[in-house]
Design a binder for this molecule. Structure first.
Ligand code: SAM
Ligand code: SF4
Ligand code: SF4
Length: 346
């Protein structure tokens, strides 16, 4: 992989700058995906964050501006389900108005389960959102309904993707998490569909995030197996990463258009190039997807801290960063306490 881009911002203990900020705008979600918020654990009485503990749009925008000054050039809105946050287009317009100190363009995108995209694609595009990633684990009705845990139909997500395309949210990426025994059979149909629809499919290895999904290594379908399966029917060749720190391994179809990404965080970890910070809905800063705790930025903001003070606190957290969980993963680490993915921003 090529060298990390220069940054004037903080560098962590392993030489990594901060380039991407994932902003979780809510911990709530209308789905109960088996690998994220299994419905047996996250039932009706599960206590999500009360509204006053969730960062306001003004607080999020202020923090995003400070992160841009520290080197961030990519903002991804996530959750929970980000479209469940009321007034989201307003936040998007506030973030879209931000500029980097050196004039370098800012990539502003969002990851969603797609359920509410039909209603929101246009307002989000008008507010300045550039593109979207939609999660979709299968085109097979029974499989998808079982995986999303709430019997949500595939057709509604497909309609959401169509709405995103009509709105000009391009290019559209589709995230598929593969869990062995559930949806390996959906890989080829989704790959064929994605090619025909000209969307970029990204197959994600099932990860041991949080502590509720009962993750087991033998339920991970390794990237090499996914590639072999697709390559047998539609020959593939590897493509260079778009930019240093890109997490997806990229592949192109040999016989024409179309591209595929694989996020092999279990079988081929990429911590060495990980320039991601995560801001949870309650305003904690996490320096790794597998973190046990985060730094309370909300407390600092609400205590009246100046921009310089907030920026200094972020710099201190980042310069102390040593995270490389995926490179150290083992049977033991999988059982350690970690923050849930929907809480810290997937
Ligand atoms: N609710 C939105 C969605 O599903 O797109 C955004 C938040 S979700 C936590 C972000 C991404 O994380 C989704 O693409 C989801 O499939 C992925 N994800 C969640 N749990 C995962 C796990 N255990 N392993 C791998 N990916 C996971
Ligand atoms: Fe909700 Fe996304 Fe988690 Fe599924 S992966 S439960 S849609 S937050
Ligand atoms: Fe980054 Fe942590 Fe994932 Fe490694 S395990 S790539 S440090 S988020």
């Amino acid at each position: 992989m090529s060298k990390m881009p220069p940054t004037n911002g903080p560098i962590d203990r392993l030489g990594r700058g901060v380039r991407d900020l994932r902003i979780s705008v809510t911990d709530r979600c209308n789905f109960r995906c088996v690998y994220c918020m299994p419905k047996e654990v996250f039932g009706r009485d599960y206590a999500f964050l009360p509204r006053d503990l969730v960062l306001s749009f003004e607080e999020i925008t202020r923090l995003a501006r400070i992160f841009l000054d520290l080197g961030v050039r990519k903002l991804r809105i996530t959750g929970g389900e980000p479209l469940a946050r009321r007034g989201l287009p307003t936040l998007v317009s506030m973030l879209a108005a931000l500029r980097s100190p050196d004039g370098e363009p800012i990539d502003l995108t969002l990851t969603t389960n797609g359920a509410a995209l039909r209603a929101l694609a246009d307002p989000l595009r008008s507010a300045g959102l550039q593109r979207v990633t939609v999660s979709l684990d299968s085109l097979d009705e029974t499989t998808f309904r079982a995986m999303n845990g709430v019997d949500f139909p595939v057709s509604r997500v497909l309609d959401g993707i169509a709405a995103a395309r009509d709105a000009g949210l391009d290019p559209i990426k589709v995230n598929m998490v593969v869990k062995r025994g559930l949806n390996e059979g959906s890989i080829l149909p989704l790959a064929r569909w994605a090619r025909a629809e000209r969307v970029i499919l990204r197959v994600i290895e099932y990860m041991d995030v949080g502590h509720s999904n009962g993750w087991r290594l033998d339920e991970v379908v390794p990237a090499a197996e996914v590639i072999e399966l697709i390559d047998r029917e539609m020959p593939l060749e590897a493509v260079e990463p778009n930019y240093p720190g890109e997490v997806a391994l990229r592949w192109r179809y040999r016989d024409g258009d179309g591209e595929l990404g694989i996020i092999a965080s279990v079988s081929q970890p990429f911590c060495g190039a990980c320039t991601r910070a995560r801001l949870s809905a309650e305003g904690k800063l996490y320096t790794c997807l597998f973190a046990v705790d985060g730094f309370d930025l909300r407390g600092l903001l609400r205590s009246g801290a100046s921009d310089a003070e907030v920026s200094g606190a972020i710099e201190r957290v980042w310069t102390a960063r040593t995270d490389r969980y995926s490179e150290l993963r083992s049977a033991e680490t999988a059982g350690l306490p970690k923050v849930e993915m929907f809480a810290l921003g997937g």
